[in-house]
Design a protein around this ligand. Structure first.
Ligand SMILES: Cc1cc2nc3c(=O)[nH]c(=O)nc-3n(C[C@H](O)[C@H](O)[C@H](O)COP(=O)(O)OP(=O)(O)OC[C@H]3O[C@@H](n4cnc5c(N)ncnc54)[C@H](O)[C@@H]3O)c2cc1C
Ligand code: FES
Length: 263
């Protein structure tokens, strides 16, 4: 883990509410693994709440990219950072996804959850992955479907779903996913799940993976404060008890996760 002072090389809007930030991070970029995250010090925030965690969208040629959604004070303040400014970034943090996969890789992402899946797809391809790599991206509207052309440029098969039907199938991302699961089961082809997105989606994927006896790798999004294991703000229940998402996660094996019953 290093704390790097990173010059902003690019900072642009992708779609309503979503931005791409690229920083120069020659120390961190070569050692990042897909699914790990970085903790970005947001300029203009007071000392009590300085950093925000983001997945790595890409790490190549000494540069680190993130895709982020503006949801509150920290991300709104980050919007104001300009090309040429310096950001303090800590990383790599946490445990990422395995890059080896036995069979087809089903990457399931909701909204900005596609960010670590792009980095994963890239590394799988670079590692010589033999099977299919299919992205299942979901969102409320087409504005929430990010980096789709980037996945296509890698040769990843893309399936889309939106709640309002503005792109892809109308409904949840599990609609196109279930179609592919059935096809693979009929043909006796193995597959694994790699998922990142909102909790209800992650729970559905984890339960599916366990129920089907398939491997599932689930990236949990928990509110974080320290990002390095000290504050216990980011607890996720697992079969081993309480785990810290920033240290033991954010990626967990599906069978290790314990889900709270809906109240
Ligand atoms: C491991 C990890 C990876 C992440 N990767 C990305 C990414 O690639 N792109 C991206 O846009 N965001 C990502 N996030 C979420 C991001 O960290 C939060 O959106 C951000 O910290 C919110 O900061 P804020 O000050 O703008 O919002 P706040 O003012 O702190 O909160 C605004 C609203 O968002 C909610 N919120 C805050 N943090 C989270 C959170 N972690 N999960 C769910 N709701 C939250 C709050 O409850 C509140 O309703 C990731 C989070 C984690 C833990
Ligand atoms: S954020 Fe502090 S322990 Fe995980």
């Amino acid at each position: 883990m290093i704390n790097e002072k990173c010059e902003i090389l690019k900072h642009e809007e992708l779609s309503a509410g979503y931005r791409l930030l690229v920083v120069n991070a020659p120390g961190m970029a070569p050692i990042l693994v897909p699914g790990q995250f970085v903790h970005v010090k947001v300029p203009a925030l007071e000392a009590s709440a300085l950093r925000r965690p983001f997945s790595v969208f890409d790490a190549e040629d000494g540069k680190v990219s993130i895709l982020y959604k503006t949801v509150g004070r920290g991300t709104a303040a980050l919007n104001a950072a300009n090309v040429g400014d310096t950001l303090e970034v800590i990383g790599p943090l946490g445990h990422g996804f395995p890059v080896e996969c036995g069979g087809a890789a089903f990457l399931v992402g909701g909204g900005f959850g596609v960010a670590p899946l792009y980095f994963l797809a890239k590394r799988m391809i670079a590692g010589g992955h033999k099977g299919r790599i299919a992205l299942f991206a979901g969102g409320r509207t087409k504005e929430d479907l990010l980096a789709i052309d980037d996945f296509k440029a890698l040769g990843v098969e893309v399936h889309l779903a939106t709640n309002d039907g503005s792109a892809g199938e109308k409904g949840l991302v599990t609609v196109p996913l279930d179609e592919q699961i059935v096809k693979h089961l009929e043909r006796g082809e193995n597959f694994e799940f790699f998922a990142c997105g909102p909790d209800p989606m992650l729970k559905a994927i984890a339960i599916k993976a366990v129920g089907l006896g398939k491997k599932g790798w689930i990236s949990m999004d928990r509110h974080m404060i320290c990002g390095v294991g000290a504050c216990y703000a980011c607890i996720q229940k697992t079969v081993r008890g309480n785990s810290r998402c920033c240290i033991e996660g954010p990626v967990f094996a599906a069978e290790d996760l314990v889900w709270e019953e809906a109240k």
